[in-house]
Design a protein around this ligand. Structure first.
Ligand code: ATP
Length: 234
């Protein structure tokens, strides 16, 4: 569904991503691990068209997307949920969802919203309330819901559990698993390697802008010491 091949991204003279390959497949969670500064966020932002790619290929459903405008990439079925949630706090929950569905025809948006509410019942309960009054975990669900409104085939999630209470981390990661089980391909940057591995199918570890480990979640668990060594060393 999503193939990233030998991706390179620079900020001026800083080479943030130096030849990363990874993929995300339908119904699967690919976990991206790595220490601070390893290039995880930059990889996601480059795939979504938000920072320029220096070289390499990104294919969505087989078609190359490097150089496409970010809104076009969303329309083509790939959406990024950035770090820090960033819901529109003064707007209601439902207004936030409507904004996420702006690329879709109205009737379809209504149907997708029903699907989002079925997946996250708390959003239906709070739909007339201000998004800013939701708890951190609920805001993350709303950020997922808003992204789902574009009916994506591929979702990129940047640190969805960041700053959440432990109980909330579990329910947010449970929601990630549920989105994958609905058929979406997910590429997920997660700082909590242990919990992330519980919901992941595949794992990529980045260190200093390079992919240093590719494998299944089971392989990553059995090579935990290897993975940990890379996590501690950006
Ligand atoms: P973190 O978990 O800290 O967000 P990360 O793995 O997501 O880390 P990136 O944010 O992708 O890493 O950063 C990779 C490298 O690129 C780092 O050396 C960082 O300092 C640098 N970098 C990131 N954003 C910019 C920017 N806007 N301008 C210049 N350098 C940047």
């Amino acid at each position: 569904m999503l193939e990233i091949e030998d991706l390179r991204v620079s900020y001026g003279s800083v080479e943030a991503v130096r030849g990363v390959s990874a993929r995300a497949s339908e119904g699967r969670v690919t976990l991206v691990l790595g220490a601070n500064g390893a290039g995880k966020s930059t990889t996601l932002r480059a795939v979504a068209g938000l920072v320029p790619v220096r070289s390499g290929e990104v294919r969505l459903g087989g078609a190359p997307i490097v150089g496409r405008a970010p809104h076009r990439i969303v329309r083509d079925g790939l959406v990024l949920v950035p770090e820090g949630r960033r819901v529109f706090a003064p707007l209601t929950v439902e207004e936030n969802l409507v904004l996420g569905g702006y690329t879709a025809p109205r009737a379809q948006a209504q149907q997708t919203m029903e699907h989002v509410y079925a997946m996250f019942p708390v959003l239906r309960e709070r739909r007339r309330g201000a998004a800013g009054l939701l708890s951190g975990g609920e805001q993350q669900m709303l950020a997922f819901g808003r992204a789902l409104m574009s009916s994506p085939r591929v979702m990129l999630l940047d640190e969805p559990s960041m700053g959440l209470a432990p109980a909330m981390v579990e329910s947010v990661l449970g929601a990630v698993r549920e989105m994958a089980d609905s058929g979406i391909a997910l590429l997920v940057v997660e700082q909590n390697a242990e919990l992330g591995l519980e919901i992941a199918d595949d794992v990529v570890v980045l260190a200093r802008g390079e992919a240093v480990f590719h494998g299944s979640a089971a392989e990553a668990r059995s090579h935990a010491s290897v993975v940990r060594a890379f996590l501690g060393d950006a």
